[in-house]
Design a protein around this ligand. Structure first.
Ligand SMILES: Cc1ncc(COP(=O)(O)O)c(C=O)c1O
Length: 421
């Protein structure tokens, strides 16, 4: 079936968007979404709900990986951006600014241990690039150990640090410099370390694109110990797991592990103005003391973004936000256990705070569940590197009534799948 045949049931406006997106931007993506029955063009958005331009309401359990951790268009964040626009613009990145200094100070205050210096970037990919560069400059070593099933972005270094296949497509894989190990395998990290020249282990504390497998008690602390033994650094990519989502401000705190470098992004932007950050110990950030222009980015640390990020950080770090994450996690945990007892298709639940993965009873099951949920009015996405698992990401500030709606729609979607089988 051609794209035109698939568009006929939509409004003129939606047809036009899909047709032009197909023609000028992303032909394969548009065809794929139409093919799997998710013809979403987001229009209105508010709190933890989005509406397709043709009016369909969806509960947002995807949140763009935590970008909408505080909800879409949180009123305080919208007001903060509006106020900032009355006096600021992106600023001049060569000079210090009050907005940047405020955010740097607060990131140092809100990150664990000796994390101190911040560098702001427009994206999480670039923040990971800078984490890798800082580790190399600090240790004088080149190799980075990372997960074959990890995702750290799509820029040069961050892309090479993730799934090899994706990087290889653009001839950007660097297998000699980026050593890939399986999740949960400390021996593989030790073997890589033994070969020498390892600057850092780069890891998401709970790897998102692999379906949020929760690491066993000793895994992250074991990596920390190996790093110490081999004088390598630990880089925690908290782009998805940070900012309260585990019930702690940072996932490394939930696992009681101290990184040398912490990367944050997505939710830091409040979903309103792109900004990400890499936070370094004084030692790892020593290059900032000698090379003032070692990293320059016109839009990294835009003053507008800094103002929004400062407010977003404050909202996420509040005791009541973190307590809500824990309470809602337990509430959803009970509801999901009930659904699991009634639906064999829901094989298991991975959960650490609001970082949740739903295991399906089929290797591609989460693609099916994602489409069934779409039909029932929930947007949640399968894990790219393990499509048997659905990423299930409730917002930091949701309440029980919202969870009841989610659980009811999930119940319906699981029933739809089982009926169709
Ligand atoms: C864990 C993780 N790290 C880094 C990134 C890259 O962030 P960005 O898309 O802002 O470049 C992502 C994006 O999905 C991510 O999930």
């Amino acid at each position: 079936m051609g794209i035109e045949d698939r568009l006929t049931s939509f409004s003129e406006r939606k047809q036009s968007v899909l047709r032009r997106a197909h023609d000028y931007l992303m032909p394969n993506r548009v065809e794929t979404w139409l093919g799997v029955g998710v013809p979403l063009v987001i229009g209105r958005r508010e709190g933890y709900r989005i509406w397709d331009v043709d009016g369909k309401e969806l509960l947002d359990l995807h949140l763009n990986g935590g970008t909408y951790n505080l909800g879409h268009r949180h009123p305080d964040l919208v007001a903060t951006l509006r106020e900032a626009l009355d006096e600021l613009d992106v600023g001049n990145h060569h000079f210090p600014s009050e907005a940047r200094a405020d955010l740097g100070e607060q990131l140092a205050a809100h990150t664990p241990g000796g994390l101190h210096y911040s560098v702001f970037t427009p994206s999480g990919s670039e923040a990971n690039d800078l984490a890798i560069k800082s580790a190399r400059a600090s240790t004088g070593k080149r190799r980075i150990v990372c997960l074959g099933s990890g995702f750290h972005g799509t820029s040069g270094l961050s892309g090479a640090a993730g799934n090899d296949e994706s990087a290889r497509f653009f001839l950007s894989d660097r297998p000699d410099e980026f050593v890939k190990v399986p999740f949960g395998d400390l021996d593989a990290i030790e073997r890589a370390m033994a070969e020498g020249d390892v600057a850092a282990v780069l890891i998401e504390p709970i790897p998102a694109t692999y379906g949020f497998p929760v690491p066993s008690g000793g895994y992250l602390s074991g990596i920390r110990a190996l790093c110490d033994e081999h004088r390598a650094l630990l880089i925690a990519d908290e782009v998805q797991t940070g900012l309260g989502r585990t019930g702690h401000l940072w996932a490394v705190e939930a696992f009681d592990v101290q990184p040398d470098v912490l990367v944050t992004g997505k939710g830091l932007s409040g979903g309103l103005y792109p900004i990400s950050a890499v936070v370094l110990t004084r030692e790892v950030g020593a290059w900032l003391e000698e090379k003032g222009w070692g990293y320059v980015s016109t839009f990294g640390g835009s003053e507008l973004g800094c103002r929004v990020a400062l407010r977003a950080l404050d909202l996420c770090a509040r005791e009541e936000s973190l307590e809500n994450a824990v309470r809602i996690s337990d509430y959803l945990g009970a509801g999901l256990a009930d659904l699991q007892s009634r639906h064999a298709f829901l094989k298991g639940v991975r959960r650490k705070g609001l970082v949740i993965g739903l295991e399906c009873d089929h290797e591609m099951g989460a693609i099916q569940l994602s489409a069934a949920l779409y039909g029932r009015g929930v947007w949640a996405m399968f894990a790219g590197f393990d499509p048997s698992v659905l990423q299930f990401k409730p917002g930091l500030l949701v309440d029980e009534a919202y969870c009841d709606e989610v659980l009811e729609r999930l119940d319906g979607a699981l029933g739809d799948i089982e009926t169709a089988r």
